[in-house]
Design a protein around this ligand. Structure first.
Ligand code: HEC
Length: 309
């Protein structure tokens, strides 16, 4: 079980890496044009699915009611089966005979997908990405959330001395691949300020800055991290993203702005972080807490408690 704390702290770090990855993807495709025979494998879930999802799934997605031409493009079986018109939307390894590609690149407005009335367009770059993906065999991959994580090998880096741990080496390897070098380390005042904002959402108190400046131990930073993780404000900071996702508000926020007290739930989320509740437990209790045996809160519970609806 992954403790909630590391899951989320590293979750935001990974989101950052993923973002860097996407940015690098763009620069990589520019580099590819210069060297057309060196093509990195295209990842369906990350690069192709979002294009289809945005432009095609309203009519060719999972919804049976809305589906047009009996064509379903979100699953391999649907995209590769024989079409009503005879061909196949996707023929793995064969872009020329893939009707999907013909339809997204067609000059004929009656043929072109997505239909003009949707006001959506596939850019030439996106069409090229789809072409390459089909050429590479049209591999479908599942959404990353359903793929069990696998430990990656820690990359080898050229610059000696900068990386202090495995995470650093992933970052450094990517910087090196992009021809970038790391920025110099920030001064201690900046470090404690950034760290305190990151972990508590608050600025450090002057005394905390002074204590950090006075601490010349090699693990001064790690100690500051531990101190902030132990702070009750850590849970408040981490709860914020969940509250935003659930559209938490002190009142309804509509035109009839009546009160709606959800503070018990808010406190529960904060406490979950501060007590480092395991992530699976956190999700189960959030989604179906009222169905658990021995639950403490239900719709019919006495005044003061509020059900999550
Ligand atoms: C607004 C609804 C809509 C959207 C969005 C849409 N399509 Fe279609 N699609 C249709 C309809 C309706 C047909 C059947 C009429 C036709 O063949 O033009 C069709 C037909 C097709 C066919 C041919 C099916 C056959 O039997 O020959 C393909 C391939 C296709 N669409 C691919 C796509 C792709 C790829 C996208 C996204 C880039 C997309 N469509 C977006 C409505 C849509």
């Amino acid at each position: 079980m992954i403790p909630l704390r590391s899951y989320l702290v590293f979750g935001s770090l990974l989101a950052g890496l993923l973002y860097a990855d996407l940015a690098a993807e763009r620069s990589r495709s520019a580099a590819e044009q210069a060297q057309p025979d060196k093509k990195p494998p295209i990842d369906f879930a990350r690069q192709i699915r979002p294009i289809l999802s945005e432009n095609c799934f309203v009519c060719h997605g999972p919804d049976d009611e809305q589906r047009k031409a009996k064509l379903r493009l979100d699953i391999k079986a649907g995209a590769t089966k024989e079409l009503r018109s005879g061909g196949h939307a996707v023929v793995p390894g064969d872009p020329k005979n893939s009707v999907l590609l013909q339809r997204i690149t067609s000059d004929d407005p009656d043929e072109r997908m997505p239909p003009a009335k949707t006001n959506k367009k596939i850019t030439p770059q996106q069409a090229e990405l789809i072409r390459q993906w089909i050429e590479q065999g049209a591999h479908w991959s599942e959404h990353w959330a359903f793929v069990p994580p696998q430990r990656s090998a820690v990359p080898v880096v050229k610059t000696a001395g900068w990386a202090r741990n495995a995470v650093d080496r992933f970052i450094l390897a990517r910087l090196e691949a992009e021809g970038l070098s790391p920025s110099p380390e920030a001064d201690k005042v900046r470090l404690i300020r950034r760290l305190t904002f990151d972990l508590t959402g608050l600025p450090p108190a002057p005394a905390e800055v002074d204590a950090f400046l006075a601490d010349s131990a090699p693990d001064a930073y790690e100690k500051a991290v531990d101190r902030l993780l132990a702070s009750p404000h850590f849970g408040e900071r981490m709860a914020l993203d969940w509250l935003d996702a659930a559209r938490y508000a002190d009142t309804h926020g509509y035109h009839i702005d009546a009160g709606r007290d959800m503070t018990r739930w808010r406190q529960w989320v904060i406490d979950a972080f501060n007590t480092n509740l395991p992530y699976d437990r956190f999700i189960v209790e959030q989604l179906a807490g009222d169905l658990l045996p021995g639950r403490r809160c239900s719709r019919r519970s006495p005044a003061g408690s509020t059900a999550i609806t």
